[in-house]
Write a protein that binds this ligand. Structure first.
Ligand SMILES: O=C(O)CCC(=O)C(=O)O
Length: 276
């Protein structure tokens, strides 16, 4: 428990104090440059292999940890799981792992929002690890956080369905956001940030000539459940699951497997009903 994390030189204990106070922690050093490059290559080769199959490409972006063993391994990375444990306790599931991709010179943004607004989870015991697969800088549209805004609970949001918004509904906080107080979570490829599910956060467009690729790993406490009682697909990365509130899947046995695409399709349908 005394390992040094990131360049903030935080121990896991004072990391969790900082997180409780501010609602985020950044950066955490996770993978080396070459390990991160290998992960990116694996994802980008999979994109090429799927060619113009938009349905499968959509599933790959939503469920990289089911379709690529390398991404399942990322969710189980020792440093990430230890950090998640310092925040959530011992028993941890992975609820989802979407990729947020802004192509080079892209106008796509993510509006200010709170993650837990729409997920219909019973409690707030969730943290997102945002892992940078390419550099995330102000210029490439890194995430920005309003420190301590997680203490305000859920505020009203408007669904804008704006075409440049990467969020499914283009959801946007409908109260004033103090933009001048924003912390920009700049990360080198291979680093990660953690943020609370109630933290006000968003990101700007990508003005660089490289893709900005981030993997958002949603870690939840196994004690959570869906308010409607349905059981989405999850994986278990720490402790035990004595609650059985979700459908725990074993790690994928291979890359881009037909049965895993099928599993993802079923879960996507279930989540669509849950979220919309
Ligand atoms: O990738 C981004 O810019 C935003 C991601 C985000 O909103 C999240 O992970 O909750």
């Amino acid at each position: 428990m005394n390992e040094i994390i990131g360049k903030n030189c935080a121990t896991l204990d004072n990391l969790s104090q900082y997180y409780v106070q501010n609602g985020y922690f950044s950066p955490v050093d996770v993978l080396s440059n070459s390990e991160t490059r290998t992960l990116r290559d694996d994802y980008e080769s999979a994109e090429k292999e799927l060619g113009s199959d938009e349905e499968k490409l959509g599933l790959l972006r939503a469920y990289p940890n089911r379709l690529l063993p390398s991404f399942d391994a990322l969710t189980r990375n020792k440093k990430l799981v230890e950090t998640a444990r310092a925040i959530l306790g011992e028993d941890i599931l992975v609820w989802s792992t979407p990729l947020f991709i802004k192509e080079a010179e892209s106008e796509k943004i993510v509006s200010w929002h709170q993650d837990l607004t729409y997920w219909k989870l019973s409690e707030f015991k969730e943290t997102t690890c945002w892992f940078a697969i390419s550099d995330a800088t102000k210029k490439s549209g890194c995430m920005k956080f309003i420190p301590a805004s997680h203490k305000t609970k859920i505020v009203p949001h408007n669904d804008t369905y704006s075409k440049n918004n990467l969020l499914s509904r283009g959801q946007e906080i409908a109260v004033e956001v103090e933009e001048d107080k924003a912390f920009y979570a700049e990360l080198h490829a291979g680093q990660a940030s953690f943020h609370h599910g109630l933290l006000f956060h968003g990101s700007g467009c990508n003005q660089t000539n490289d893709r900005r690729i981030g993997s958002a790993i949603r870690y939840i406490s196994a004690s959570m459940k869906q308010e409607t009682g349905v059981k989405p697909l999850v994986t278990q990365v720490s402790g035990e699951d004595k609650f059985k509130n979700f459908k725990v899947a074993p790690p994928p046995e291979g890359r881009l497997l037909t049965e895993e695409f099928e599993r993802c399709r079923e879960d996507k349908e279930l989540k669509k009903k849950l979220l919309f």
